[in-house]
Design a protein around this ligand. Sequence first.
Ligand SMILES: [Zn+2]
Length: 402
Amino acid sequence: MDYRNLFIDGVLCDVIVDNGRVKDVRTIAESEWHTRLEQHETMYAAFPGLCNMHTHSAMTLLRSAGSGLPLQQWLTESIFPREATLTAEMIHNGALDACKEMRHSGTTAFNDMYFSIESTVKAALQTGMSANIALSVTDADFADKRLVHRFLETAARLQDDIKGHGISLSIAPHSIYAVSGQHLKYIADFAAEQNMLFHVHLSETQKEREDCLRNEGLPPVLYLERLGVLQKTAGRFIGAHALWLDDKEIETLGKYRATVVHCPNSNLKLGSGCRFLYTELRDAGVNVTLGTDGCASSDNLDMIEAMKVMSLLQKGTRCNPSVLPADEVMQVASANGRRALGLPENNITAGNIADFFLVDINNQYFKGIDILTSTAAQRHIEFLNRLIYAANASIVSETITQ
Ligand SMILES: [Zn+2]
């Protein structure tokens, strides 16, 4: 497949994709630009595929459910009772809608936590999405003594289907308040044995932190360290939200090369807070990534919107407009997430997998950028600024995956 007129890092190129890989990237001489512009050829800004690091994809079925309730009440009164009625077929339909919605907004990979992993795997395969798809468990699930055995049976059954598609599987304990210390340790041991990711909701609310301090005498991150969970899952631990942390917890997450996922829209909608300590986490060596969360709390799976909100929150809460600029938030929303999931790099260079999205630069939000007189670096930053701060998911022209 030949893609003409793609601005990659501000440089106009033609790209040849063959068998899911970028086969060749040819730079177009500026003298040729005029000819192509005179012939009204469409020109695109190309961006690496985004990685949504915290989803419950089938929650498209529960979009906007329980609006206005605080997290614990929202979970127990609005979400858990509805989820109890979902069948595998319904979960597949919900996950398929989610995967289509993500693709349409430039997302090519996601980190999911839900039930019926087979249903979500099927949806990811149908839409060409890469993913870590985790079986979400709470203490109640351990009543089934064959829980892990059943998971391994399912994983073995899916192995041939997912091979070579950038899909991995794991078990995700829901949170420290829904899973006991004993069960958290058990899943951490299992993840270490199987070399799997360990995805958990972490310090989402102030209440979670205060309850943990009262019950365990330690805040959530130090509680997980005392259990040995962080040690066993070093480099493979993914904490979703990580909103209420102190300095010692941030240092500890860095020590174990943990990944955290900021979900700004979900945190704001549920009133969980807006004190995500981006700079502190990054400087401590924590891999900071971005997610939307499920559609019941974020209402959509739009990573372009999430990038904007994350960046604005950092600038606004710190009264500093230079914090988390567009190129850095793009790094958080793509490369950092892919690294956490063990996916290959997706820069658009020869030999890499083809994993990017295109925006026709003739759209209203990109107008006024003088592509002929600006430098490549200026164009690159301007395209990113327009994408993140001005535009929305509807401007994505096409998403290419392997
Ligand atoms: Zn969540």
